[in-house]
Design a protein around this ligand. Structure first.
Ligand code: SF4
Length: 422
């Protein structure tokens, strides 16, 4: 066991501000009557704590009946060495309880690049990496998040069950099945069989999946009478659940910031982006309602991070931004579409003290932007840049992609030309 690692965890906790649930008591022990979930982010603390999806799931699990959820992250490289050197099993942040002592290890995965970290974390936790090797005493390994929603199959050998979709509508039913299974000491197989009936849950061991020599999926056959298709679950009314940071910390990219979601999905349908389809339909939060929640829960927090896909399309953005500014909050905005940036919005960015604004031309050439259905031309980009520069925005962050289908060398060269013009 490493005292150094335990002391580091305590130091991180001491710097955090708990927004919600402020009353949750965490236990270092295995309690028979409480379902314990280790919520894992397969990257470092610094990255994970700026992920609003991860923070939202943490909130949701912690308000379920007789359920407690603690966080676990991929340790920093030097700490990984310390884990191995001292033979310390990976532990949770809140109580430094070994992850293998939890009932469930739930991964929240946003990026494919983190897949290998998932395996590394299980190895550090001393949990068998392959699901077929797990014993009755091991936690059930669950995974959800944006990449799982796109395609869970690459992780099917490592994960006991996936959640496909947005977890809010079924989190109560999901934790209830897990809690009852624990209470009755049901075997893993029985708990998983019951979970397989729940909308949005995919349990790979109950499906036979075949692939062609080229790696394409050729068949997907349910076994043991489980549902033939797994239905994506989504939240009909966003206002029924707040999507807000649970914990604020200085040790993350979006430091000391209460993050909130303005909308989910996107109506723009750019061809390279999954947002319009996997988070369909495009849904918006009510502006006055969101303001109320932010002012209530953001008491004592100075900075609010407004997140969403294409937030400049959010119809209450000006109202909400002005209201928050007049309540002495400062604001941070995720990336904006140049074709919905107007004078009022640019004024709001200036008044919020925004020094860096992110815009996403995505491709350098008009031709490629048309192919990917980006929907605006170079003139629009330059007009938006003028609007921002006139208001003293000193830095622009530009998103471009290289490697798009039908791309030619000239398209890449045009990224350079466009950047020079900007
Ligand atoms: S506007 Fe942004 S979020 Fe919407 S589809 Fe296009 S790239 Fe995706």
């Amino acid at each position: 066991m490493s005292h150094k690692l335990f002391a580091q965890a305590q130091k991180i906790l001491a710097a955090e501000k708990n927004i919600f649930p402020s009353e949750q008591k965490f236990s270092k022990h295995k309690l028979k009557e409480v379902l314990s979930i280790a919520l894992a982010y397969p990257n470092r603390y610094y990255t994970g704590m700026s992920n609003l999806g991860f923070q939202t799931v943490y909130r949701l699990f912690n308000v379920q009946t007789a359920t407690e959820c603690q966080r676990v992250f991929l340790p920093d490289p030097a700490d990984i060495e310390e884990y191995y050197r001292t033979n310390t099993p990976l532990f949770s942040l809140e109580t430094q309880k070994p992850v293998r002592d939890f009932d469930v290890l739930a991964f929240s995965i946003s990026y494919e690049n983190d897949y290998l970290h998932l395996l590394q974390m299980m190895e550090l936790a001393k949990i068998p990496v392959l699901r077929k090797d797990r014993r009755e005493t091991d936690p059930l390994v669950m995974a959800g998040g944006a990449t799982v929603l796109l395609n869970p199959e690459p992780l099917a050998d490592f994960v006991d069950f996936f959640f496909i979709g947005e977890i809010e509508p079924i989190v109560a039913a999901l934790t209830e099945i897990l809690r009852r299974g624990k209470e009755k000491e049901l075997p893993r197989w029985e708990i998983l069989r019951e979970l397989a009936e729940l909308a949005g849950v995919y349990v790979p061991q109950f499906y036979e999946v075949t692939y062609s020599a080229e790696g394409l999926l050729t068949s997907f056959c349910p076994q043991d009478k489980v549902p033939a298709k797994i239905k994506r679950v989504y939240l009909g009314n966003l206002d029924s659940y707040p999507t807000l940071s649970a914990i604020i910390t200085p040790q993350t990219e979006l430091a000391e910031m209460l993050l909130t979601e303005l909308s989910r999905g996107c109506s723009r349908r750019c061809r390279f982006c999954a947002c319009s389809s996997v988070y369909h339909p495009h849904r918006l939060r009510d502006g006055p309602e969101l303001k109320k929640v932010l002012l209530q829960q953001g008491e004592g927090v100075l900075k609010i991070g407004l997140l969403g896909a294409a937030i400049s399309d959010y119809p209450h953005l000006l109202y909400l931004g002005r209201e928050l500014l007049s309540s002495q909050k400062s604001l941070s905005f995720s990336s904006l579409r140049v074709d919905s940036l107007n004078q009022e919005l640019a004024d709001l960015l200036r008044d919020s003290g925004q020094k860096t604004v992110t815009i996403a031309p995505e491709a350098g050439s008009e031709r490629l932007r048309r192919i990917i259905n980006k929907g605006f031309n170079e003139q629009k980009i330059l007009e938006a840049v003028d609007l921002l520069a006139e208001r003293g925005v000193a830095n622009l962050r530009l998103y471009f992609m290289i490697g798009l289908p039908w791309e030619e060398k000239a398209d890449v060269q045009e990224i350079v030309e466009l950047t020079k013009k900007i």
